[in-house]
Design a protein around this ligand. Sequence first.
Ligand code: NI
Length: 228
Amino acid sequence: MLLRIPQVLDQAHLALFRQRLAGAGWADGKATAGYQSAQAKDNQQLPEDDALARELGGLVLDALGRSPLFFSAALPRKIYPPLFNRYAGGQSFGFHVDNAVRYDRSGGRSEPVRTDLSATLFLSAPEDYDGGELVIEDTYGVQTVKLAAGDLVLYPGTSLHKVTPVTRGERVGCFFWLQSLVSDAAKRRELFDLDRGIQHLTQAAPGHPGLVQLTGVYHNLLRRWAQC
Ligand code: NI
């Protein structure tokens, strides 16, 4: 499932991010790529221990914490600290699959994070650059994603994906992976659909006794499937 989560960051946050990232210490993105993806990867990235990346990454996580849609779709168990990248001057990232497990080394530990879901938060306005589409091969075919600044796309960590060459302007983005409480994508989808149905019914028929049963089913399925 591919899901767009609109307006994760508001205009004030976007302006702050752009201003701070303009003077950031960008480095070669190959530093965090595995052997195979390093062949395909040509971009810039902030180092994982970069103080600015940590600070802005924290703001992204705070914003996601206020998004019921993100929580419902992802059911996050562990989120890898958000990273930042930049493409310009024809840079691209060819087709690859992300590593299955990333080790979060923030805070002096080494915490494995299974990459059930990948996320890209667009920070540049789409009219400010040409190319730079995120192309994802999902089970339902090829999807091309280029979102408004502040919007986020959530997609399966299992998918082949690439970023097409940026031939004008620059494309700055934030990306991260997360481990879900529910590793099975099909089960996670069932829970998401059930939750959305319950939300619709709560609006349409507030106080209906059937909502108590449906909500019970949601939580009892989550209890059976969650890996804490
Ligand atoms: Ni990737």
